[in-house]
Structures are given as structure tokens and as C-alpha cells.
Write a protein that binds this ligand. Structure first.
Ligand SMILES: [Zn+2]
Length: 99
């Protein structure tokens, strides 16, 4: 299966319950509380889909970034999600922000 197909074709979950895994970040230390229990996981907030790295002890956010294709987040993302905008679209955005 091609890489782009993995983002659009999902099989039915085999697990009884679907859950989110928080991936530990080895070697990271929280700058607020000093704990080393740091985890990375996908989230959806007011900015859209993001990958958040957060301290699991005090919930301090270490970093927030836009997901890349390998993150598989968000599921069912649009085919054109990562495409560069066309010249016409960029021009339209420039005109909107000029006012
Ligand atoms: Zn912390």
C-alpha cells in the first residue's frame, strides 16, 4: 500500500475499545516541574490538528507543532492538506490581509 493510501484507507478496529496512546519522550525534562514523564500525542484544538508534547505530571505543554504525514493525524485528512496553495489563492489571501 502506498504511503498516501494509508492516510485514507482504514480497516475496522479489532479492539473492543479504541483509545489514544501517549508516546513517551525519552530524555525530555519538564522545564516547569523537573519531571521526566513527558509524552507526545495528537490533539485537535482551536488551531486545528496538532501534535502536543506535554508533561504528564503538571500538564505543562513542552511543544505544539503541526502534524506531518507520518503522524497519521488527523485521520481522513484531505488529499490536498499539505499542498502548496495556488498562486491565485495566495494572491487572494494577500489581498485579505492587506486591509
Ligand atoms: Zn511538569
Amino acid at each position: 500500500m502506498a504511503q498516501w493510501e494509508k492516510r485514507f484507507i482504514y480497516s475496522r478496529p479489532a479492539e473492543e475499545r479504541v483509545f489514544l496512546s501517549r508516546t513517551p519522550v525519552p530524555g525530555a525534562v519538564c522545564e516547569r516541574c523537573g519531571e521526566s514523564e513527558i509524552a507526545r500525542y495528537p490533539a485537535a484544538n482551536h488551531q486545528g490538528p496538532r501534535i502536543i508534547t506535554r508533561c504528564q505530571s503538571c500538564f505543562h505543554i513542552v511543544s505544539v507543532r503541526r502534524p506531518v504525514a507520518d503522524d497519521m493525524w488527523p485521520p481522513f485528512r484531505a488529499v490536498a492538506y499539505d499542498w502548496e496553495p495556488s498562486f491565485a489563492e495566495r494572491r487572494g489571501r494577500d489581498e485579505q490581509t492587506r486591509d
